[in-house]
Design a protein. Structure first.
Ligand SMILES: *Cc1c(COP(=O)(O)O)cnc(C)c1O
Length: 226
């Protein structure tokens, strides 16, 4: 086995173990293998091992890498986990199956128009800035319910869950707990939370999607924007 396929197997085992020891895990926890900055050399072994859920944080990079891999490996589900600008919505809707970063009403409006035009409806997560960090993307927790009402209830978009990235260097548990509470209050079933360093904690708080890069593919070659 290659290094990345071996690391994938180890992470899948840790996810299963964390689910077993959790008091109330989600009905399932999907591993989104985050491939940003990484090339086909490390991605292919993971595809050959049967894995199909992958995450990228930049539309342009995903566009350069994934159409060929998607054609070669049927069933790939591609997740956009980085910020989405309205001028990239057309490309994003064409390429991604799941978008984790809906964070403002205007973006919902543009997504709605493009989904109708393209007749493609990626599953959407609303990104919540649980730490209320000024430099970070995501809707403030207090504004999340009205954004969800606008996107899901008024526009009819397939908003199914919430996503967060806790502040670096803080205990992530209160952030995961807040996201779980917001999802309950707004009737959303999916929770995208937990990365290489904290996915086991996220699973305890009901994560349905953990986004893991470094622990599978190693350190990134160049600093990736988040
Ligand atoms: C890069 C990234 C991840 C993966 O982070 P690792 O620490 O490498 O596991 C998860 N979520 C988002 C939004 C990212 O940008």
């Amino acid at each position: 086995m290659s290094d990345s396929a071996e690391a994938l197997a180890a992470i899948l085992a840790r996810i299963e173990a964390a689910r077993k020891s959790a008091i109330a895990p989600a009905p399932f926890t999907t591993l989104v293998a985050v491939t940003k900055t990484h090339g086909e050399d490390v991605i292919r072994p993971v595809l050959l091992a049967g894995h199909r859920s992958f995450g990228e944080n930049r539309v342009q990079e995903a566009k350069a890498k994934w159409p060929a891999l998607k054609a070669g490996f049927p069933g790939v589900e591609l997740h956009l986990i980085g910020p989405l600008q309205t001028n990239k919505v057309r490309e994003a809707v064409a390429l991604f199956d799941v978008i984790h970063t809906l964070d403002r009403p205007k973006l919902a409006d543009v997504l709605k128009a493009e989904c109708e035009r393209a007749k493609r409806w990626p599953t959407l997560f609303v990104e919540v800035n649980t730490g209320e960090e000024p430099q970070k993307a995501g809707v403030a927790p207090k504004d999340a319910p009205s954004l969800i009402a606008h996107a899901r209830d008024e526009l009819g978009l397939p908003v199914k869950g919430l996503m967060c990235i806790p502040p670096a260097g803080e205990n992530p548990a209160p952030h995961f707990a807040l996201l779980q509470k917001l999802a309950r209050e707004t009737g959303l079933a999916l929770l995208s939370m937990g990365m290489s360093e904290d996915f086991e904690t996220a699973i305890r708080f009901g994560a349905t999607h953990v986004r893991i890069g470094t622990a599978i593919f190693g350190a990134r070659k160049q600093p990736a924007k988040d």
